[in-house]
Design a protein around this ligand. Structure first.
Ligand code: ARG
Length: 564
């Protein structure tokens, strides 16, 4: 059990407050002389009708101190000082017994969670912006699964909409070069798409042509459908290369087109509930009351749009997965769209609209290039990941030329470095891509954490088999204790990450563990210690640290390497 929980349970025995509240109130004091955990008694003062100071005094006198060096009261606070040896023993034994499952739980058992992520657009580049959703979504999926939730990962492909009318028109004009299309489909499709926009600027009638072709596609006409399928197959082949490199999987690829025949019933329901209003020929749901522009349900020409498909998707997911949460990992620029969709569902009288969650993230900038698909000036993900690998290989060739499996290692470290960059900061913060910083072995980077892991593994290889009775009471230095505390609170950070839909909480925790490990490593001998008990204890601490780093990186979607 995490020590915070132990503290909470002890307190619970003395007061009339539920465990969850107690746990929430427990603080980690800013300074070591204030103990390892602190409990403020203000909240109890109302129900107990007593001054918080007196309550602290009372709990101090009653509480069971087993496993604690001391429990003190300081004004309205209770300060808990752990018995270091007992604590380190309990943490390390737990990590080493639970191994790969350390940090997991079954808090999510029986709850279905839909996680929608990645969702690139067919025939358009899979670019660095999509990496954000792919990486965050994949991490949330894994993190929640680790805590017992039944996750359903959905790739809501952008495979429907008027842009396909444009593409079909452009293709039918014979603008595409078949050879190029076979070799480099996305770029060629992008080129004719860009050409369409250029031509349409000169001749607006082309937009009507495009709409017409999309209408045919919606009606299932043969020619349009065949072309659409062709574009989709080509694109997915390209996207899958990236998913393979990243090790990202989905349970469903039901994209926008999947809902083309599922919208009518939703529109009917909106109408039945008296929410469907005419506005300039279009059908909309008014959201004035909520200070939002209307949700457009049907365009003037009768064609459905993005929001309608999202409404249909939400209803389908509710019916199919009976979700506990329906999570959308989509850029912050679509916040209004999701608010409109969720509000519309709420207006229709469905309580589960509150279980739909938009998890937004910021922008990615690379040098000073702006990312856009119209101008054809974008950075493809595949190229970016390949560059990360080759740059990492260069670094390895410089630092450790005799390393075996260099390519494989460069792949894990290079891709891991990119993924780590996306998961390191709170997700709404913009990212500026900086190769040098990202691939550095120092600082808060993927390679730094992976290097820490590999360093630990190398120590363990040198030590050989760890035999003998472990006397954990000998691990009482500040560095050992701090490291053990971070291993202990690993699960809290995972649960907090779930609460906030914020994988960076886990990333930061792993960074802290890596830092604490290096501090420990730099302050103490591990292999060259005379006292065999101390040596064995320290090696166990190394082993446990590696285990937790690996579990943490694993749920973030990053692989570890044994040597680097
Ligand atoms: N395909 C869209 C894009 O690339 C993102 C889709 C977001 N998901 C949704 N359910 N609307 O911008």
């Amino acid at each position: 059990m995490e020590y915070k929980k132990v503290v909470a349970e002890r307190i619970k025995k003395c007061v009339d407050l539920d465990l969850e509240t107690i746990e929430r109130l427990i603080e980690i004091p800013p300074r070591a002389e204030m103990g390892d955990f602190a409990f403020p008694c203000f909240q109890l003062s109302k129900t107990m009708r007593k001054a918080p100071q007196m309550i602290a005094e009372q709990i101090k006198n009653e509480i069971d101190r087993e496993g604690f060096e001391k429990v003190e009261n300081a004004g309205p606070y209770l300060n808990f000082f752990l018995d270091k040896g007992v604590f380190v023993k309990s943490v390390l034994e737990k990590v080493l017994a639970e191994k790969d499952s350390y940090g997991s739980s079954n808090v999510g058992v029986g709850k279905n969670v839909v996680v929608e992520y990645s969702s690139p657009n067919i025939a358009k580049p899979f670019h660095v912006g999509h990496l954000f959703t792919t990486v965050i979504g994949n991490a949330l999926y894994k993190i929640m699964k680790f805590e017992g939730y039944n996750c359903i990962g959905i790739n809501h492909l952008g495979d429907w909409g008027t842009q396909f009318g444009k593409l079909i028109y452009a293709y039918k004009q014979g603008w595409a070069d078949e050879e190029k299309l076979a070799k480099d489909p996305i770029n060629e499709l992008l080129r004719i798409y860009v050409k369409f926009h250029e031509e349409a600027e000169k001749n607006p009638a082309l937009d009507d042509e495009a709409r017409h072709h999309f209408k045919n596609l919606e009606e299932g006409k043969e020619e349009e459908t065949a072309l659409w399928n062709k574009f989709k197959d080509m694109s997915l082949k390209e996207f899958n290369k990236v998913y393979e490199m990243l090790g990202v999987k989905f349970d469903s690829y039901a994209g926008e087109s999947f809902y083309s025949d599922k919208m009518e019933s939703v529109i009917e329901e909106i109408d039945e509930k008296g929410l469907l209003v005419e506005s300039q020929g279009a059908k909309v749901v008014m959201l004035d009351e909520y200070n939002m522009p209307p949700t457009i349900i049907k365009k003037a020409d009768g064609a459905s749009i993005y929001a309608t498909r999202d409404l249909a998707a939400a209803f389908y997911r509710k019916k199919t997965y009976d979700f506990y949460k329906n999570i959308y990992v989509v850029g912050i620029d679509q916040s209004l769209h999701f608010k409109q969709v969720f509000t519309t569902i709420g207006l229709m009288g469905h309580e589960w609209s509150k279980d739909c969650v938009h998890v937004p993230f910021g922008l990615v900038r690379f040098a000073d290039k702006k990312l856009s698909t119209r101008k054809g000036d974008v950075i493809f993900l595949e190229d970016l990941l390949k560059e990360a690998i080759s740059k990492t290989l260069e670094i390895i060739n410089e630092k450790n030329p005799s390393l075996e499996n260099k390519e494989e290692t460069a792949k894990k470290i290079g891709i891991g470095a990119v993924v780590f960059t996306y998961l390191k900061n709170t997700r709404e913060r913009d990212i500026v891509f900086d190769w040098k910083e990202m691939l550095s072995f120092d600082g808060e980077t993927g390679p730094y954490v992976q290097y820490t892991y590999a360093r630990g593994k190398s120590i363990l290889r040198k030590a050989g088999e760890l035999n003998g009775e472990v006397n954990y009471s000998k691990l009482t230095t500040a560095e050992e204790f701090e490291l053990a505390k971070l291993l202990d609170s690993f699960q809290s950070s995972i649960l907090l990450a779930i609460d906030k839909y914020e994988p960076s909480v886990v990333t930061r925790h792993i960074i802290e563990i890596a830092k604490a490990f290096n501090k420990f490593y730099n302050s103490h001998n591990i292999l060259n210690v005379e006292d065999e008990e101390v040596k064995l204890g320290r090696l166990k601490l190394v082993e446990a640290t590696c285990q937790v780093i690996s579990n943490g990186l694993n749920i973030l979607g990053i692989e570890t390497v044994e040597k680097m």
